[in-house]
Design a protein around this ligand. Structure first.
Ligand SMILES: CC(C)(COP(=O)(O)OP(=O)(O)OC[C@H]1O[C@@H](n2cnc3c(N)ncnc32)[C@H](O)[C@@H]1OP(=O)(O)O)[C@@H](O)C(=O)NCCC(=O)NCCSC(=O)CC(=O)O
Length: 282
């Protein structure tokens, strides 16, 4: 059995993209580089891949966040803080763009059809370009801890919300689980999330440069669309799993589904509190 529309859309877009003159160059850089093509995730051997590393990293993040939010902190001069923020955001805009592009080019180069994109065959091993970008994505979530430090150093304790700390700690676990279990369809989630993050860190970059963009609400809307689209992917994954011979990493998808539902609630609440007409008029 096959899902309508999406497989045809995928193969049409793919055959259009791979025919473009720039595609082989991007493929050489982002897919066929020996380090990318030969990548293999070996639990405990690949740097930062052990469960102990993951547990310690998340524990340290939560403990330092708690301690630093309680003690009196050295106050950084505002221009220094804004310069560090700007550099950090510029780095994450660039990295998110490269990850989205790298994963997209890997999909067009390596994934034969839509079914495989959504549902990796059972016993897929986490190696090759798609998982290389998944690994970089996981490491980037650790770099994003810096957001929390910027909030604390900027003394914006109101912004050190449950949503923020919960999101930052859980997303590292989620991306670890995705790569470790060779989770089906994670590459679609990666491309979506990195695209959203290009926009989000561009927003923060402009704030750090002293310009308050008028499109803050659009960033939150974009994040919500991302969570809703995950449900569509989830539904297609369930379809392929139950109508075929099963998909890789289905259990970790269940874990991620719960996480995405919780984010949807928290972000809907953020949206209501920040952009409802009542708040605007207050
Ligand atoms: C529009 C949002 C992206 C951000 O909302 P905020 O309320 O945080 O936005 P804001 O207008 O108060 O932010 C402006 C302030 O942030 C400072 N700032 C600059 N860079 C920053 C950084 N990298 N992290 C955190 N803060 C930063 C600016 O200097 C400015 O400070 P000053 O005010 O002093 O000038 C929203 O949709 C959102 O995500 N809210 C949830 C809060 C959150 O932590 N989001 C990020 C991770 S969630 C995520 O990433 C979801 C996903 O995966 O898509």
């Amino acid at each position: 059995m096959e899902i309508p529309f999406f497989p045809t859309l995928f193969s049409t877009v793919r055959s259009l993209v791979v025919r473009q003159p720039f595609f082989p160059t991007l493929e050489d850089w982002l897919v066929n580089h020996p380090k990318i093509l030969g990548f293999s995730w070996n639990n405990g051997q690949t740097p930062a891949s052990s469960q102990r590393f993951l547990a310690l990293t998340v524990l340290c993040y939560i403990s330092f966040t708690f301690i630093l939010s309680q003690v009196s902190r050295p106050s950084l001069a505002r221009p220094v803080l804004k310069s560090i923020s700007a550099l950090h955001n510029l780095f994450l805009v660039t990295l998110s763009f490269i990850m989205a592009l790298g994963c997209l080019v890997s999909i067009f180069s390596q994934v034969p059809n839509f079914r495989t994109l959504v549902c990796f065959p059972k016993r897929t091993s986490p190696s090759g370009p798609l998982f290389f970008w998944g690994y970089i994505f996981y490491l980037s979530k650790i770099i994003e801890f810096m957001d929390t430090l910027l909030i604390i150093l900027g003394n914006s304790m109101k912004r050190l919300s449950f949503l923020h700390v919960y999101h930052h700690s859980m997303v590292v676990i989620m991306s670890y689980v995705c790569v470790n279990s060779a989770q089906s369809s994670f590459s679609m989630v990666l491309v979506t999330n990195c695209t959203v993050h290009v926009v989000m860190y561009a927003y923060y970059l402009m704030c750090a440069l002293g310009v308050r963009p008028k499109w803050k609400k659009m960033v939150t809307d974009f994040q919500l669309v991302q969570f809703w689209s995950s449900f569509l992917i989830m539904a297609m994954l369930a379809f392929y799993h139950f109508t075929g011979s099963g998909c890789s990493g289905i259990l970790s998808w269940c874990f991620n589904a719960v996480f995405i539902v919780s984010l949807l609630f928290l972000f809907s609440d953020f949206h209501a509190k920040n952009y409802s007409p009542k708040v605007k008029n207050a």
